[in-house]
Design a protein around this ligand. Sequence first.
Ligand code: PMP
Length: 407
Amino acid sequence: PVGFDAERVRADFPILQQQVNGHPLVYLDNAATTQKPEVVIQAIVDYYREDNSNVHRGAHTLADRATAKFEAARGKVRDLIHAAHAHEIIWTRGTTESINLVANSWGRGNLQPGDRVLVSAMEHHANIVPWQMVAADCGASVEPIPVDESGTLDMQALRFMLDDGRVKMVACGHVSNALGSINPVEEIVQLAHAAGALCLLDGAQAIGHFNVDMQALDCDFYVFSAHKLFGPTGVGVLYGKSALLEAMQPWVGGGEMIETVSFAGSTWNQLPWKFEAGTPDIAGVIGFGAAIDYVQGLDRVAAEAHELELLHYAESRAREVPGMRLIGTAANKIAVMSFLLEGAHPADVGTLLDQQGVAVRTGHHCAQPIMDQYAIPGTVRASFSIYNTRADVDRLFVALEKVRQFL
Ligand code: PMP
């Protein structure tokens, strides 16, 4: 579409300018992790070359610089997601750790025997297993909200499940990593609140594709990983409403998260540091700040339209390939195309694509329950980002044709 120049964006990502197995790289594994623009790589290098120091406790210039950049990045996240306060942004190691923090801190403090936690049937393991571990200790249960054949959440079933007043938490993906389905999260939050439950949204697959607004969503917790938004691995975000975070006990103890320590007992630091024990990934956080600056310089609406145009083109090509079956055909999707080739194991398809320079992901995508529902071992998943082009889609289909001839 007019207004979005994917070729220009592509030039910002040095990794994409390489050959893999003798072919120019076509990177279609963006749901697993996105690539990093030069400005992010440079910010990390600059930090280690010029500012490296521990944050918050130094009495010297480097420590001040590191702290200023580290805390500035927190402010960038607040602006990005329209949180009311910077102290509602907690740094973690990623989406997985953010969910574990909420499950262990809020969950252990609040779940009672007989309470229910709802997750979607297409949830990532990261938003199932932490709840199962905590629920088992608290006598609570974790139950799936049904998903239909197209990969659409059954909202009628959710209403019914919320009816008995025992649901304390609805923990739901904003977007499914396996199928690409976008859930109606505003409605989910409203229904959860009306039933007296809290709502955590797993934004891991949303944050890289469109803007999210905590004020509009009104969710209680929102979690995501920097590496899915062109930032480094090892950094994630837990957004939580101030009053909830204030009431929660810290999950990890150590330096930084305390106010005072004595053998008679310790007291906790204020938000957000109460939840940030130990030395954080300072370089990663600063790199993520650069990634947010980069994203803020893009026209995100046009970027999403570009990605969806690629998806629709790819899906129309897919329908012409004999024996190619699309898994996940919800009306509202991000640019993720999960599929199977008749008679071919997904892993073999992935290997043969890689030999032609095309990077996809194969397997259950950390969402085994929904694969079980489809009665398949996994899928081949091509997932698009801002730097992909129609030429990438064409290369995928040329390569798939070779795979079909080979298998
Ligand atoms: N939830 C979803 C929906 C995801 O796609 C992912 C990453 N595949 C995660 C959670 C886990 O993220 P991370 O591995 O960065 O902690």
